[in-house]
Design a protein around this ligand. Structure first.
Ligand SMILES: NC(=O)c1ccc[n+]([C@@H]2O[C@H](COP(=O)([O-])OP(=O)(O)OC[C@H]3O[C@@H](n4cnc5c(N)ncnc54)[C@H](OP(=O)(O)O)[C@@H]3O)[C@@H](O)[C@H]2O)c1
Length: 442
């Protein structure tokens, strides 16, 4: 029986795959707010069966009332379940197998899995459409912030000009801690790992991949594009030094990892630009005050103007809140197209080569402390048509040692900065890769 066939007042029967941070959080929330949820949903939401790797683990929640399934695919296709809640994680593997099995068996699917939706969201949405069943993933982007709903429903009457924001709590925690303490990246990452703000293997977070997964999902919803994770241009935060944070501060900026998407051109000439990169953000921009593990998303609509969504981007409570909100929508039969329009209407926008885009840029060079180096750098800028707005040379740390040169350019084409760096490539004046950070427009 599909969800659509369910009597409107019968309980919505769910199976939960994955009982970690989010899975246990969902059970806690369903138990704590049971009556409120039933009243809002118009019927009870009932957990029938669960699955995870280790049956013996104490998860801090009582599982005795639920059936246990070792095999997640079996769990997904049980006859007495209406919706699978997938909280395992990973773009492929058991999460994807169980999700496909659920949709094939005519079940609805709720997931918090951004990696899976970024990679396989379209094929899952097609399967959901074919079966006439819901697919929902509010928790996959920005944890407890209802930004998927915000874009699918709240801004649905608008043509969006841009969607951007802070989508990774680990990076934001690290950058705002570096700002606070003056410590360097690796030291702050180690501290974040100790406090549980960063995973033991933080690669996906600090290299920007996690934010790119979420951006690809938001772009699809916001612009009606086919989810296109592969075209996201990604750079992470590992190159940011304490000195960059201090320079940015002196210039009136903070540094944040910004994920941003917009569409350029119209009709068949339309192109999609999606990128994740650390940016300088002016201290009076709303995103500059987003500190710690908080997430925030800005959406600019042609009629709504600028909207700001902000809140906890992770954690058991906020993420469970988003998962259960999806379940309440399903219980109410409030389900639309997962990406805000049917898959056949989503467009495949080719990616933009952004060299012609205009932006101001922060550049940081580490150079040998010897005469003529500054002249070499400024000559490269001049030859590539990059106009320097301000330049700071930091005092050397030791005699004949490394010196830091930081500059901000006037607004100019991105390709000019790249040309200037190409002119400096191989120069023995430079002691390391220059750092290039765009300045986010206010
Ligand atoms: N944590 C957050 O704040 C947050 C926020 C937003 C979205 N999400 C997303 O939510 C999902 C779950 O995250 P989480 O933090 O709850 O993860 P987690 O704490 O690592 O929990 C994962 C659960 O999946 C089970 N599992 C993993 N691999 C399995 C396998 N091969 N077979 C069977 N079970 C398996 C684990 O079983 P055992 O417990 O038995 O090992 C565990 O119960 C992920 O997609 C994540 O990206 C998380």
């Amino acid at each position: 029986m599909t969800v659509a066939d369910q009597a409107k007042t019968a309980p919505l029967r769910i199976a939960i795959a994955g009982l970690g941070t989010v899975g246990a959080g969902v059970i806690r929330l369903l138990n704590t707010n049971r009556d409120l949820i039933a009243a809002r949903a118009g019927r009870a939401i009932e957990v029938i069966a669960v699955s995870a790797r280790d049956r013996t683990l104490d998860r801090g929640v009582d599982l005795s009332g639920y059936d246990w399934e070792d095999d997640m695919t079996e769990l997904a296709s049980r006859g007495d379940v209406d919706v699978l809640v997938e909280l395992v994680g990973g773009s492929d593997g058991p999460a994807l197998a169980a999700s496909r099995a659920a949709l094939s068996a005519g079940k609805g699917l709720v997931t918090a899995n951004k990696a899976m939706i970024a990679h396989h969201g379209l094929s899952l949405a097609e399967k959901a459409e074919e079966g006439g069943v819901p697919l929902k993933f509010e928790a996959a982007v920005a944890g407890g912030i209802p930004v998927v709903k915000g874009l699918r429903e709240g801004t649905s009457a608008n043509a969006l000009t841009t969607v951007y924001g802070i989508l990774n709590g680990t990076c934001n925690y690290i950058l705002s801690e570096m700002e606070e303490t003056g410590a360097d990246f690796s030291e702050t990452l180690a501290e974040a790992q100790k406090l549980g703000y960063a995973e033991a293997d933080p690669t996906f977070d600090i290299e920007g991949v996690d934010a790119a997964h979420k951006l690809a999902i938001l772009a699809a919803i916001g612009f009606g594009s086919k989810v296109d994770f592969k075209s996201v241009r990604v750079s992470g935060i590992t190159q940011i030094r304490a000195a960059d944070i201090a320079q940015a501060d002196a210039l009136g900026f903070v540094i944040r990892l910004i994920a941003q998407a917009d569409v350029e051109g119209e009709g068949k000439d339309a192109r999609l630009l999606q990128r994740v990169r650390p940016c300088l953000v002016a201290k009076d921009h709303p995103l500059a005050s987003v500190d710690g593990p908080t997430n925030a998303v800005v959406a600019e609509g042609n009629f709504s103007g600028r909207l700001l969504f902000q809140g906890a981007g992770a954690g058991d409570g906020p993420t469970a809140s988003a998962v259960v909100a999806d379940l309440i929508d399903i219980a109410r039969s409030e389900v639309g197209a997962p990406f805000s329009m049917p898959v056949a209407q989503l467009q495949a926008f080719p990616p933009v080569e952004p060299g012609h885009r205009l932006e101001r840029t922060y550049l940081r060079f580490t150079v040998n402390d010897r005469p003529g180096v500054l002249a070499e750098i400024t000559a490269a800028m001049r030859d590539a048509d990059v106009s320097i707005e301000s330049l700071i040379q930091q005092g050397r740390a030791n005699e004949g040692g490394e010196v830091l040169v930081a500059m901000v350019t006037h607004e100019g084409q991105e390709r000019c900065v790249r040309q200037a760096l190409a002119l400096l490539e191989g120069s023995d004046s430079l002691t390391g890769e220059p750092l290039v950070l765009p300045i986010l427009r206010n």
